[in-house]
Ligand binder design. Structure first.
Ligand code: NAG
Ligand code: NAG
Ligand code: NAG
Length: 330
């Protein structure tokens, strides 16, 4: 190779590198899911940590969620991740998809769009299988992406891929994770943060809700995710996010912030729960902790947001609401 050729090749490589970077920093994929109710309100169901072939009460939670979904006429369903235990999906033909999703969430009211993020257990399998359009062809309600936005007019949902933030998955030896599409990690994480920050900045929605698999704050067995406390939380606080909703700890939980309106909600009770581990927490912040199975509903109107947690019997075990204009708790 002549010197000239090498230089040319290097320049070409640099051009490709810049193009690739620009491509990655491009905006998050955006979906529009506007309310259909005449009064403009939006009702959604939130469930996390569920896919176990109906076992560990997954089927009972699904049944109750279906009943509640019918009552509230749910617009769509959010999954906070850990969709398929123990190790995600093997490929897009994996029968677990059918056995743990399609055959479990059978009630009519649940045949709405699902918006799912990936959990750490999903990363133990084949990530591109869960993101594959083939699954949506098999079951049209399925959609799982890494980080994306759902715009519902009065409210905007920002889904964040949180697993790559946690250091321990990159060092632990007992499990392997599918990091294809994530490396180099620092670049991936900084792009996710930039994209979310930018999208929050540009959002015109009255309410901003961020969803990820991992906890920011939690009194459960996994506890806080320090990487998200350090890197994601400052963005959520600076951009006046109203709710952060996660799974990961197998419980239902509501932690209130003392220095902003931000509320931390865990809906991780889709199947196996009852870990019996709860850590001490400031009672001024801990509004609710339930170490059992269940799910969450969220109702959003122009000036009010309300949240309810349901147990496996379909009973409301905690509810909370706030108004945009007065910030009155109840
Ligand atoms: C199912 O739910 C019931 C009622 O909450 C509970 O007593 C039981 O332990 C649960 N079963 C499993 C396997 O988690
Ligand atoms: C992951 O899943 C995709 C989609 O089914 C498949 O094409 C690919 O071969 C799988 N990868 C591995 C390593 O099995
Ligand atoms: C917010 O409103 C402005 C002005 O109408 C518009 O240009 C912008 O695209 C909107 N942002 C989003 C994210 O829709």
């Amino acid at each position: 190779m002549t010197m000239k050729n090498i230089t040319y090749a290097t320049i070409l490589l640099m051009v490709y590198a810049v193009a690739a970077t620009v491509n990655v920093v491009a905006e998050l994929q955006r979906f529009e899911h506007l309310p259909t109710k005449a009064d403009g309100s939006l009702d959604i169901l939130v469930i996390g940590d569920w896919g176990r072939r109906g076992l560990y009460n997954q089927s009972y939670v699904a049944f109750q969620m279906g009943k509640v979904g019918e009552k509230i006429d749910a617009d769509f369903i959010v999954s906070t991740g850990d969709n398929f235990y123990e190790d995600g999906l093997v490929n897009d033909q994996d029968s677990l998809f059918d056995e743990s999703f399609t055959q479990v969430y059978t009630v009519t009211s649940l045949q709405k769009q699902w918006y799912s993020v990936l959990g750490n257990h999903d990363y133990r399998g084949n990530v591109s299988a869960q993101l594959s359009p083939t699954l949506t062809h098999k079951d049209s309600k399925w959609l799982c992406l890494r980080s994306f936005i759902v715009n519902s007019g009065i409210v905007e949902f920002f889904f964040v891929d949180t697993t790559p933030f946690q250091d321990k998955y990159f060092t632990e030896e007992e499990h392997t994770y599918d990091w294809s599409g994530i490396l180099p990690r620092e670049e991936y994480l900084s792009n996710v943060l930039k994209e979310v920050d930018m999208a929050l900045e540009e959002s015109n929605a009255t309410w901003k809700i961020v969803i990820g698999h991992h906890t920011i704050f939690s009194a459960g067995s996994h506890g806080n995710t320090q990487e998200l406390v350090d890197q994601l939380l400052p963005i959520l606080e600076a951009k006046d996010v109203d709710l952060y909703i996660n799974g990961h700890d197998h419980c239902l939980q509501h932690i209130s912030s003392q220095n902003s309106q931000l509320q931390f909600l865990t809906s991780g009770g889709g199947s196996k729960a009852w870990r019996g581990e709860v850590n001490q927490w400031d009672p001024k912040e801990m509004k609710f902790y339930y170490d059992g199975q269940g799910f969450m509903t969220l109702r959003v109107t122009d000036n009010e947001i309300s949240v309810a947690f349901y147990n496996v019997f379909g009973e409301i075990i905690h509810s909370w609401r706030t108004s945009k204009y007065t910030h009155m708790d109840s």
